[in-house]
Ligand binder design. Sequence first.
Ligand code: NCD
Ligand code: ZN
Length: 447
Amino acid sequence: MAPVLRRTSARSRDPESRHPPPIRWVLAGRSLVNGRLRPLEIGVSGDGIIVALGRDLRSPERHDVGEGVILPSATDLHVHFRDPGGSRTVESFATGTVQAALGGVGLVADMPNTIPTVTDAARFEEKRSRVLGRAAVDVLLYGALITTSKLDELATTVGALKLYLSPTTGVDTPPGHDEIPSLLRRAAATGLPLTVHAEDPQKFRLDPPPRSLSDWDCSRPEVAEEAAVSEVIAAAPRGLRLHFAHVTSSRVADRIAKAGHSFEASPHHLLLSRESRLGSRAKVNPPLRSEAKRSELWARFAGGGIPCVASDHAPHDVAEKDRPFELAPSGMPNVETMVPLLLAKVRAGDIDLARLVAVAMDRPSRWVGLPRGRIALGHRADLIVVDFRDRRTITAKDLHAPCGWSAFEGREGIFPREHYRAGERIVFEGEYIGTPTGVLRRPEFAM
Ligand code: NCD
Ligand code: ZN
């Protein structure tokens, strides 16, 4: 994000129109301009588009956040809102998108492993009807790439595809090795972005039953990830818009980066290790790795070697999570805490603000082909306001996840003070004040 300082817009949403729509109000504060925090005013039109960037903009209305830092809202490429199939103690679009809004996330990409799985147009429709009128932020829906039979039909509805190569929540029988090349070819033909959960189950060691986070790491080891990533890279046809979910190792990250594909790391793999005392609550797929591996992954992330961060927000009923380790489901909530945890890391000097904007806002938005994640003329005014003095200790009782716990309890977080969706304020002084007007999004341009 490097907004060019200019008084009026040279470009409006309609390239034909010479005159940009008038400024209805101005948001004034500080933002990253050419890599540095500088005063900036953002002129927003009546329909919520950024129509001017500069200083001393004239406008009927003005909201000055002083030393507050204005950033684009984030795009989270990986959430499981369990709708349909969730419950009051797990999640829904209504509850999940409010957490997103409070956590500075303006677009969520929801995974297809719901009950039922999103495999055809009718199931997409069912899910769509659960989003509209209930979502606090915008939503992109994934479809599941399991067989090719209904793929053409599915591809006209969903915003992206997800391929699971290993068993995980809601996925019992992943496709076999011989099916992978044809699935990838068919995915490429749809033109949709494809995210892969890359673990090769043939490399799993599920005996004896895992009883701890270390056992879980040994049973689904890094070599399983490496093998699956290599297999997919080797089979990926030209033109496939490919992304790997939740990469846990710097070596795998380097391998994917070298091949030129997109990928994400998740905050739990960046901030937690198998040495954590959280037991089955920190059971996730792929597993948390050793502290040494975690710190290598963080170094790669802070150094710019990882393009995207995504929460893999995967809540389960807490009673289910607290079952004996081998029976507990995998996954933890994080959509509300991902950006606040990383903003606290910016404040601590562990990562640059520009890097955070790239990994949480800009790059994930580009990957799903949507004009967001930057403060730029013609983009929608989907913005957050952050006060870096506003440090808070994360505690589940202040969070909004129905499952009621957080693996990041006790850590520092900086939550956005304000969040704007198309220029409308949906979070003010850290409270959600919006209405559920979030809409469905699909890619608008190629990567
Ligand atoms: C996810 C879930 O519970 O849906 N669990 C997880 O541990 N990440 C599924 C997944 O992403 O593998
Ligand atoms: Zn997931």
